[in-house]
Design a protein around this ligand. Structure first.
Ligand code: FE2
Length: 314
């Protein structure tokens, strides 16, 4: 009896999701760089859309522009931030965007640090890139059963004033019990050591517990609380004997990438980026995915919109 030969690998459709080597790299290092995830046209379209939003938004009623004295007006900006989970809002660079008189030091489109946090739902071009079959396949390859996109941002990293992001993990900001967050991070422009590319402390997702969570405080605003009653590692990671914390003197590997690259970032891995002192911007688009089957913390700064977090499905 004869059997029909299986199709040769060369005839198989292009791989959706991740190869076993890519999954192994992510498991070992806590991040994965996937060049050419976006075509040049797609990256340029998202960059153009970001620039259009920066040009068109009104600062007349933006809370940061209401600071008329040097005194801090508590919680004005907090509400603007806390209510942004189902909106598209604009956040200025914390340092250097304003002078001592509270005036912008740059045109508004060169002073915004971040646009967030519901681009993946409200902006058609960002939505189609985010909630794609390709990304659903990647999430599946990472082990997600019910992947949910819960926030999205354009990080502008403006020329000359784009702020440094100190070493941190992402899971404290998007805590599920146990931790499940993974960042999908797209370079919309080339990211280099000069304009503040990411760098990663390889393997620290296996040694860095989620010791704190970023939550809504009872007295208003946000803050960090100790994570005493929740898991500090995802279930597939065994808690180590010796842990690495954010202040540790660990080595960081530069993640210079070309526009169109997708970087996957484990929620426990330590990563950072330096200030952009160059004359070139560093626009990126990122969204985060959590496991819908895990318990989402009701104290998290970001709470689900009425319709729930966006399903990432093929
Ligand atoms: Fe991060």
């Amino acid at each position: 009896m004869t059997t029909t030969a299986s199709p040769k690998p060369a005839d198989a459709p292009a791989t959706l999701g991740l190869t076993s080597e890519q999954r192994a790299f992510f498991d070992e290092n806590g991040y994965l760089i996937l060049p050419d995830a976006l075509s040049a046209d797609e990256a340029a379209a998202l960059l153009g859309e970001s620039q259009t939003m920066l040009r068109d938004f009104s600062i007349a009623d933006h809370p940061m522009t209401k600071f008329s004295t040097g005194e801090k007006e508590d919680h004005v900006g907090d509400d603007y931030f806390l209510d942004s989970g189902d909106k598209i809002r604009f956040f200025f660079e914390e340092v250097d965007a304003f002078n001592e008189a509270g005036e912008l030091t740059k045109p508004k489109e060169r002073a915004i640090n971040k646009i967030g946090h519901y681009l993946h739902h409200l902006s058609p071009p960002f939505r189609s890139i985010s909630l794609s079959a390709k990304n659903a396949a990647i999430a599946k390859a990472l082990g997600f059963h019910d992947p949910r996109v819960l926030q999205s941002m354009v990080i502008c990293k403006q020329p000359e004033i784009g702020g440094r992001v100190p070493p941190h993990q992402d899971s404290p900001f998007l805590y599920t019990n146990p931790p499940s967050a993974v960042g999908f991070w797209y370079a919309l422009e080339d990211c280099t050591v000069n304009n503040g590319c990411l760098s990663f402390a390889k393997g620290t997702h296996k040694t860095s517990p989620v010791k704190q969570r970023f939550v809504r405080m009872a007295e208003g605003g946000t803050g960090f609380v100790d994570n005493n009653d929740g898991a500090q590692f995802p279930p597939d990671i065994q808690a180590p004997d010796v842990t690495t914390d954010i202040q540790s003197d660990v080595e960081y590997t530069m993640g210079e990438v070309k526009a169109g690259t997708l970087v996957l970032i484990h929620g426990n891995v330590l990563h950072k980026s330096e200030k952009n002192l160059s004359g070139k911007s560093r626009f990126i688009y990122t969204f985060h995915v959590i496991e819908g089957q895990k318990k989402y913390d009701e104290r998290n700064w970001l709470q689900p919109p009425e319709q729930g977090f966006s399903k990432l499905e093929a």
